[in-house]
Design a protein around this ligand. Sequence first.
Ligand code: BES
Ligand code: MN
Ligand code: ZN
Length: 488
Amino acid sequence: MSSLVPVRFQPFDLDLMAQAKGRVAIIVTEDGKMGPAVRRANRLTRGAVARLVESERFEKVKEGEVISLAWPGGMEAEALDVLVLPRRPDQDAARKAGAKLAKLAGGKAVLVMAGNQVRTEDLTLGMVLRSYDFDVHKTKDSDPAAEIIIAHNKPEDAEAAFAPLYAVADGVRMTRDLTNEPANVLTTTEFANRLDEMKALGLEVEVLDEDKLAELGMRTLLSVGQGSDSPSKVVVMQWNGGDEDDAPLALVGKGVVFDTGGISLKPAGGMEDMTMDMGGAGVVAGTMRALAKRKAKANVVGLVGLVENMPSGNATRPGDVVKSMKGDTVEIINTDAEGRLVLCDVMWYAQERFNPVGMIDLATLTGAIIIGLGHENAGVFSNNDTFCDAFLKSAKAEDECAWRLPLGKAYDDLLKSRIADMKNVGGRPAGSITAAQFLQRFVKEETPWIHLDIAGVASVSSETSYAPKGATGWGVRALSRFVQDNFE
Ligand code: BES
Ligand code: MN
Ligand code: ZN
């Protein structure tokens, strides 16, 4: 696993600036007013900061911008980053500015002279999120370990405000690690082991093996994994931080550790990206980690279906009919539409066992959602407007974009099968919606439910504000906040 960048909060001490290694950041407002750290930096650099603030360049400066002075005189640091921020930045401005500083640092140490800067915790969160680097498989990476030092007037208060955000950042890190990890490393067994280790955080973790899944009747889930040498598993993680008799919120994740398509084999080009097909399970894992680490006062259960979709002599064929745990039969037209077969059994099990107050499933479910929404928004489907609006509000507050799409009987009708209760695909039109309709057949009428199709946002080929290329951890922040805003 990659490590979370360490963060230290220290008393605001101007002498730190001269000796700090790596990079030093100071914060100026657009009007160029100088606080003590800026004046001190100006003195050390023999007026360079004042010349910058008075320059034409600074007249065109935008908030959130960073102007770097390389190898500043009077300092040991290799750069002085002058960050331009409004006096009272909003949450996103502070986080994005922090992310910018971390990107510039590229793994080197950073000292931020925060003083009494408002939203220091958000600035720091942005730094931590953007400091992520999945380098565990690079043998020649000699970058020194990054460290973030925040010099603040009230370091204890700043640290206390940051603590819950650091917990969430650690959840995001875990999700990204799982999602980035190749499938020869992150087998179903390794995935289950990493979840089992979270017992140390106070989570209750159970790993259900194939015998148990067969006994429960999870035949659609097992049909996906039966072509692989890696055993299918369902992992149940419970965080009980709330009242004993409060029913939990259930989070359900698609954990296909690799999706070849099965007998309906995918084309070779780009197939390597299917290591991220466990992204939904990764978000569930990271969210549970965040909730445990910040000791959320709520009951939440996370369930993930871990399987590998491989072709083999024992693999499911197109045309096979299998029975779900619910009892409904499914004609498998295309073995590449496997995510819904995994989720339907886990979702049914989640409702039967936990009778949850609500259920949210996450899955890299369809290529069609990428055609529809690109990499900017996750697809959202729901049977309950109040529940859905509450989630969308939390997602928006965390700047994790999500867009609701419709459900309806006409779409559901596309799943009719000649020989079974339903088919596993509804054809090319509205592919993401028919996938959601399939899932909805396994949602009890009284369960408020949201389906998040994260195929476009779980892993991306160009960097985002908060993450380098690759896994983003989309959803951990939104779900943690959703729990906080609605269940704590
Ligand atoms: N895991 C894929 C969806 C996917 C595609 C995720 C691209 C991330 C990036 C899913 O299992 C799948 O193969 N879906 C098929 C469904 C089709 C056969 C109905 C698809 O989208 O093509
Ligand atoms: Mn597939
Ligand atoms: Zn898949």
